[in-house]
Design a protein around this ligand. Structure first.
Ligand code: GLN
Length: 302
């Protein structure tokens, strides 16, 4: 079977399957063929006449995708923040929305590490800033932060043991080797792990992409067969159960002057900001994602 025949056959399979309307079967077929053959997409496009080794193996990937399973779960990998993360259905697939959270997290940590007058007041001239990533999932946020800020010491937690295994593997492959990320299994409703250094004033940053989708919406999302873990999406009736549970623990675990950043839905960002305010956070700001939607709520411990 040639490249052009394999692509056409995969596209036929995908068009007959459960692919969300906004997805592009022709693109998915090409991405899967590139992954299956180890050839670049440009080579596949330039040489449609080349033979595809083991075409049945490739077509079985297309059949998996046709069940609604996202390409990332079929290939077991997803690009985020310029790196390739391993993913399994135990973790949410890293989404471009979350780059807003990472971008702001890095900005905040760099400011603390550079010792802006404000942060010097709280952190002194410390060499390292501690950061905590709650509900780490694949570990993509923790790894992106740890890699981007050489002065950061990152701890990451999750309630799911299976998710932590994926995150640990990603940290081993992609994280900084001089400052390994510390992983802690735990339920954020029971509290947060203390910072790793005994004389730490508390975390300079707590960041989280918790489950924040209202229960009925989360169940609806999964009807397309995407296979993402409900545990990682379902945030209760209004989506904010975990944000409400996390906010007081975060306030206590932060150093004075430390920053809390939480990703939420555009539909519950205003309510989340209200919850942080009620909890006693100061300087509350909402950041928009690249689509212009309210995505990340920020608050500071006074
Ligand atoms: N919209 C996000 C997603 O589909 C929701 C993530 C979350 O609840 N943390 O991945």
């Amino acid at each position: 079977m040639t490249v052009i025949e394999a692509r056409a056959e995969a596209e036929r399979i995908l068009r007959g399957g459960r692919i969300p309307a906004e997805d592009d079967p022709s693109r998915d077929a090409l991405v899967l063929l590139a992954w299956a053959t180890g050839r670049s997409r440009s080579r596949l496009l330039a040489h449609p006449e080349e033979d595809v080794p083991e075409p049945e193996k490739f077509l079985s990937l297309a059949r998996k995708r046709a069940t609604g399973l996202p390409v990332a779960y079929v290939t077991g990998e997803k690009e985020f923040w310029g790196m390739t993360f391993q993913v399994t259905p135990d973790v949410l697939i890293p989404k471009p929305d979350t780059e807003t959270l990472v971008e702001r997290a890095i900005e905040v940590l760099r400011a603390h590490a550079a010792g802006s007058p404000e942060s010097r007041r709280f952190f002194g001239a410390r060499r390292f800033c501690e950061a905590l990533d709650v509900c780490t999932g694949s570990g993509c946020v923790a790894v992106a932060i740890a890699r981007s800020v050489p002065e950061s010491l990152v701890t990451a937690t999750d309630i799911s043991e299976a998710a932590l295994r994926v995150a640990e593997e990603n940290a081993r492959e992609l994280g900084p080797s001089d400052r390994p990320i510390r992983f802690v299994l735990g339920d954020l409703r029971d509290g947060l792990p203390p910072p790793s250094t005994p004389d730490s004033p508390g975390y300079a940053l707590i960041v989280s992409n918790p489950p924040y989708v209202p229960s009925d919406v989360a169940r609806g999302l999964l009807e397309d067969g995407r296979g993402e873990p409900l545990l990682a999406l379902d945030g209760g009736a209004d989506g904010l159960d975990l944000v409400r549970a996390l906010a007081p623990h975060a306030l206590r675990a932060l150093a004075p002057g430390g920053t809390f950043l939480v990703e939420v839905g555009e539909y519950n960002a205003a309510a989340a900001a209200g919850c942080l305010k009620e909890e006693g956070f100061l300087d509350i700001v909402t950041h928009r994602d690249l689509a212009g939607l309210d995505r990340v709520v920020e608050g500071r411990r006074g």
